[in-house]
Ligand binder design. Structure first.
Ligand code: FCB
Length: 448
């Protein structure tokens, strides 16, 4: 590992990531309003085993111990998200100061333990009251988001200097409004372009508000995939082109170039009456970094039944995680060079990377060798990117804790720390211990 730590710059940010609804619990406490995930997870049949985020990791009550554990492991950066309905129970209007206090205390606790916060404003938990007004189909939501963001900047901006507007707007759009397996559970492909546009507009509005208020760094996090064709047949190459438009350039192009990709129109026709003058300029504002969530590449075969005219292919010899996602660390290097080439130079932060595996507790330990291997391979792949000149500035493991994995409930564990949901006991997995050793070597080598 010593040789690996040398390949990262001294100021590289090593962290872990979580999201509010996935860990906090305490859904009815201190004036929090309902989010679309409360409603969705309580709708029978939506979440595996009927799981909900009502209690989750009970992090709301265990915040200090959790931060302390992070610091014991030597983790120096923490990405968390803010629950909008804790701050504005109705989405806008009456502000709930008790909700803000929680994040205020979390921030102080982190700084006390020398952990640098990276704050995501939207990790999918829209206030239900706004959903009732149309949610992201309604343009007003973008403006409510700006006001919520400004409230949070105002409260935490003196101590938090790194912000992410949205986490994976592709997932909010597609899983939430086309596939229906995420909240709000709609299956209406016709609204997807509008929803995506409003999410992006809200990003632009929040960036603009931030520039007016503060001098820190702000970006957006996208889930991106290298897309490989399953064969060199013409139709698989078309599948590759359309799938890339659907998964990657739908969001990359407007954010970095102020346009939507033409290829996307072939699969999701654009009725652009919802794009007002000036919107794309707002969306295309200069960012301080791009957050990239990387888990797996997509290998695609032509299939006109699918929205992107492509279905995913897994090669028989490919190792997969318990999500069924292929393990391909080289995919990360490929993805980053593509982003750098097409949209750079832009500093990049890997805001999520990690793997779910079936963990077994043996004598109070979790020997998750596969997860550890997954992580180490991706650190190596990242070092390759840095050596190729891609300005990668940070890396956050998904996730610090096992947590509520959306439609799959508690069945999938991504943590480097195990959570026993019956007792709320935390057990550091072997992968967490390995990360901790790696970080100590990094600090020693760089005299941090
Ligand atoms: C990402 C999400 C994160 C988590 C991981 C596994 O898409 O941002 O909340 O669910 O996948």
């Amino acid at each position: 590992m010593t040789s690996l730590v040398k390949r990262f710059p001294r100021n590289f940010a090593w962290g872990v990531a979580t999201a509010s609804y996935q860990i906090e619990g305490a859904v009815n406490e201190d004036g929090r309003g309902a989010s679309i995930w409360d409603i969705f997870s309580h709708t029978p049949g939506k979440i595996l085993h009927g799981d909900t985020g009502d209690i989750a990791c009970d992090h709301y009550h265990r915040m200090r111990e959790d931060v302390n554990l992070m610091s014991q492991l030597g983790i120096s950066h923490y990405r968390f998200s803010i629950s909008w309905p804790r701050i504005f129970p109705m989405g806008y209007g009456q502000k709930n100061s008790r909700g803000l206090d929680f994040y205020d205390q979390l921030t102080d606790q982190l700084l006390q333990e020398n952990i640098e916060p990276l704050v995501t404003l939207y990790h999918w938990d829209l206030p239900q009251a706004l959903q009732e007004k149309g949610g992201w189909i309604n343009r007003d939501t973008a403006f409510y988001f700006r006001d919520y963001a400004a409230t949070v900047f105002d409260k935490l901006g003196d101590r938090v200097h790194n912000w992410i507007t949205h986490n994976e707007p592709w997932v909010s759009t597609v899983a939430g409004h086309i596939q229906g397996h995420h909240a709000p559970g709609l299956k209406q492909p016709k609204v997807a372009r509008k929803v995506a546009h409003h999410l992006l507009l809200s990003h632009g509005l929040a960036v603009e508000a931030y520039r007016d208020m503060d001098k820190g760094r702000i970006g957006i996090t996208l889930n991106l995939h290298p897309v490989y064709p399953a064969s060199s047949r013409e139709e698989d190459l078309t599948a590759q082109r359309l799938h890339d438009a659907f998964h990657n350039t739908w969001f990359l192009e407007p954010v970095f170039k102020g346009t939507y990709p033409d290829d996307l129109d072939e699969i999701l026709p654009l009725d652009d009456e919802f794009i007002a003058e000036g919107d794309l300029n707002l969306i295309q504002q200069p960012l301080d970094f791009l957050g990239v969530n990387y888990y797996a590449p997509h290998r695609v075969r032509w299939n006109p039944e699918e929205i992107s005219h492509a279905s995913l292919v897994i090669l028989p010899e490919e190792p997969i995680t318990s999500m069924g996602w292929p393990v391909d660390a080289k995919g990360l290097t490929n993805l980053l060079s593509r982003i750098h080439q097409d949209y750079g130079p832009i500093p990049i932060v890997i805001t999520e990377n990690g793997a779910a595996y079936e963990d077994v507790v043996e004598d109070g330990q979790i020997h998750d060798a596969l997860r550890q291997h997954y992580l180490e391979m991706h650190w190596d792949a990242l070092a390759n990117s840095i050596e190729q000149g891609v300005p990668v500035q940070g890396y956050y493991v998904w996730s610090f804790l096992d947590n509520f994995e959306w439609a799959l409930g508690y069945s999938k564990r991504f943590g480097i720390v195990y959570v026993d949901y019956l007792t709320q006991q935390r057990i550091v997995k072997d992968s967490g211990l390995a990360y901790s050793r790696f970080l100590r070597e990094f600090y020693e080598y760089h005299h941090v």
